[in-house]
Write a protein of this length. Structure first.
Ligand code: ATP
Length: 453
């Protein structure tokens, strides 16, 4: 059963994303481009932290995976061989009354009769297949011969470069090729904020193996990916593994899991982990007449490798991180009166800014100079934000709202005015517990190294 949707919570999240510069509607001042989003100063940091951590875990920390970065413009023959030109489509239905274009699975059914979810009318067209790929033309001509596609997934360039990468990396099976990059799908109804967009990013791994290893590696990668989500702050209790039933799986797949998350708008897919057999490589081999076989030195066997694919959405995971982190609690204001505090409790690893640095008073040159020294000390190691305006409690709140896990305040004790033993110490505040500790400035880099690891 899916989790109940929480429209109000989602509205607050969308509004915070805009107000604090995580996500903006694309081309907003022109009225917006449906299904496209721009990430602002904080959103881009969050997104980079996610992609970098995925890359670190998937490529850098493993001996058996290498990376690549393929082109977005794709030769039509690639996507004909993969089946996308023929079959990458959704059934679409139009409502003749309100003119809405709908995906067939969005219709509502009352007493066995299908109706439009927008206006409730029943005057609907028959379903027709709508190809989700964006077509463009390469070069000056705009005829059949110049058609190219914006890739609908990053995976195909991995399959097409399989032989080159195998040769240059000299890897032995099992091994993987990873890629992070943009993909484009002309979704009939983009919706749920960034969840279903027409332009989005994927983090995909194609892990090649022997046929007999496929099912076991499918289980292995499902578990690895669940651990990944836990490592970025999404608890296991909010993640659900759906075994995609035989009739819904791609015909070539021997097993597929969807990893789902409880978004405020319901339980929805974050990532697919699929055992795609040797389908893709075999298709490209057939279409090109070039061998994409692997030669096993030990057994002297030659065969087309099988592949297990964990395919995650960057934007969907960013949205899950924000939804998971959003909370409201009660905290005292400057005068001790309780007020509602909005907090994004990002895992420190994901937080766009790691530490806010504040001089207690902005009109005290010594406090300001010391605070700027702390900024200079920490900036090479992490993202910091210097803020001297407003009451200190307000400054903490502003950082809580964007998920900054730590706050440093430089006060008169830092200057050694009250107790010489406290000279060059600062208060270090924790976003979640709001507890403060007194630490020496010189110890800060080591403290953060440990807490941000
Ligand atoms: P859905 O069923 O939600 O359309 P899918 O099963 O077609 O997704 P895949 O083709 O398996 O998706 O793509 C892998 C991942 O890419 C998805 O799990 C998702 O995280 C991301 N993704 C796919 N389509 C979109 C989209 N329109 N907007 C944002 N992310 C997407």
């Amino acid at each position: 059963m899916s989790a109940p949707s929480d429209t109000q919570r989602m509205e607050k999240i969308v509004s915070l994303c805009k107000r604090r510069g995580f996500v903006f509607q694309s081309s907003e001042i022109y009225g917006g481009l449906n299904g496209a989003w721009d990430y602002g100063p904080l959103g881009v940091e969050l997104k980079r932290n996610l992609k970098n951590y995925w890359w670190q875990m998937t490529v850098h920390e493993r001996d058996d995976v290498v990376g690549m970065d393929g082109s977005i413009l794709t030769h039509p023959a690639v996507l004909r061989a993969s089946g996308h030109v023929e079959g990458f489509s959704d059934p679409m239905i139009d409502c003749r009354t309100c003119k809405a274009h709908l995906r067939a699975d969005q219709l509502v059914e009352k007493k066995g009769v299908k109706q439009c979810p927008n206006c409730g009318e029943k005057d609907l067209t028959a379903p027709r297949q709508f190809n989700l790929m964006f077509e463009t033309h390469v070069g000056a001509a705009t005829d059949e011969s110049s058609i190219a596609y914006l890739r609908p997934e990053t995976a195909q360039s991995i399959f097409v470069q399989f032989k080159n990468i195998l040769e240059v990396s000299r890897k032995k099976l099992p091994f993987g090729i990873a890629q992070v990059g943009k993909a484009f799908r002309n979704e009939i109804n983009p919706r749920n904020f960034t969840f279903r967009s027409r332009e989005f990013e994927q983090m995909e791994l194609e892990y090649f193996c022997r046929p007999e290893q496929g099912m076991e590696l499918l289980e292995y990668w499902k578990e690895e990916r669940l651990k990944f989500y836990e490592n970025i702050g999404i608890p296991r209790s909010k993640l659900h593994v759906l075994t995609v039933p035989d009739e819904e799986r791609a015909f070539y797949s021997k097993g597929t899991y969807d990893i789902e998350y409880d978004f405020p708008f319901g339980r929805q897919e974050l990532e697919g982990v699929a055992y795609r057999t040797d389908y893709d490589l075999s298709q490209h081999q057939k279409a090109t007449g070039k061998s994409l076989e692997y030669f096993d030195e030990e057994t002297k066997q030659r065969f087309v490798p099988h592949v297990v694919e964990p395919s995650a959405g960057v934007d969907r995971t960013v949205l899950a991180l924000i939804c998971e982190a959003y909370s409201e609690d009660q905290a005292p204001d400057e005068k001790g009166k309780m007020e509602t505090r909005v907090v994004l409790s990002f895992h420190p690893r994901m937080a766009p800014i790691k530490c806010g640095i504040f001089p207690l008073l902005k009109n005290n040159p010594q406090l300001v100079a010391k605070a700027k020294e702390v900024v200079a000390l920490l900036r090479p190691h992490m993202t910091v934000f210097y803020d001297e305006s407003g009451a200190i409690g307000r400054r903490y709140r502003r950082q809580d709202e964007i998920g900054t896990p730590f706050g440093i305040t430089v006060d008169f004790e830092t200057l050694g005015e009250k107790d010489p033993a406290l000279r060059d110490t600062v208060t270090l505040r924790d976003r979640d517990s709001m507890k403060q500790e007194r630490v020496a400035i010189k110890d800060l880099p080591a403290i953060f190294r440990e807490r941000l690891a």
